[in-house]
Unconditional design. Sequence first.
Length: 374
Amino acid sequence: MNIGRLTGCASSVVSNVLKVLADAIALDVIPLLSSFCDKLKSDKAVSTASIESVEWLLAAQEVALEVLINICCSDDDGEPWEDVESSDASDEIHCFDSEMECDDNGDSEKFPFSVSAEVQEVLVSLDFLKKVLSKLKVMDPELRRILQQLPIGKQLYKSVVAIQNKALLCINNLTSCLDVEELGGPSQLYDVWLELTKLVYSEIDGSRSDLLEGATGAMRAVLQKLAEVKSAQFERFSISDLQKLCEFGQSASDPCVRANVVRMVGSLGCLFGALPSGADATMLALIGSFLLEVALKDNELWVEAEALDSVFDVFADDSLDSIAVQICLVEKLKQIVPVFKKKVGLNRKCLGEHVPIIMTAKMNLGRFILYKSK
């Protein structure tokens, strides 16, 4: 089903469809919900028509975001993964360095999203990123409490939650299909990352696991986009900021959230290692130690694989060898090898969708150790 596909449509059709979506998404439903709850608190009658109007507005925003998600996603279904057995690492060490250099762009280059020039132009001109971001305002705790206590309010709150989750996926997709300048430039995109960070830490109790997964996924996409252009915005990112992010990742119960944090920390490592001002040894040592800890101790094999892949990305550059020595990178990776391979062997039949990242990490682990040991 090709809901949201505008490929082949006339420019006027593309423009009109996206304008309708923009108008629907831009409406602020929070004041309506507040007014609705005020009437209920004061025992004033609320007409069926008033309730239905709020329900239809929430439904319209949810559908608009869903259509936008599909417009911004890739048509490429990807190629099937073939189970790859690791060949002799010593025979392949010569190509490891060049492969790492070609992999600077990370996830977005492996799984690129693409939309037509007409769609890109309208997405930018109508400032969709700002409109979608407005759906993520943290709801007043009192308003949330009242909605969750009322029978009709529970359904309305459920719709608000669905809108927020779809908005987060929209941000992820918009970030993937537009370039940095189309997204407002590095400074504005960094502000988006900060807003998403506030949202994540406001829900740190884990009561909204769905939101945490979506929000960290959007953060990951935004950070990856900034890393692609080697943005200097994260020079403002302090050691305490990094520690807070790592601690959040370690405490998260959802493996998808932990994986997103691992990838963010890995992207930060690549950024800090490439800063014109020079690599920050303290930051990079913390990043390396965090990734090694996850690679050894996480209870999900695929999250461990994500951590290993991030280690390879961050420390592929020989200029960081002194930091690698400081954190005993090679020695700790050697400790991981037998444990990781044993886990892969035991779980081979149930790797599921994570086969690519797990088998890639398994194949590259020995090669990376030999490369760094030469």
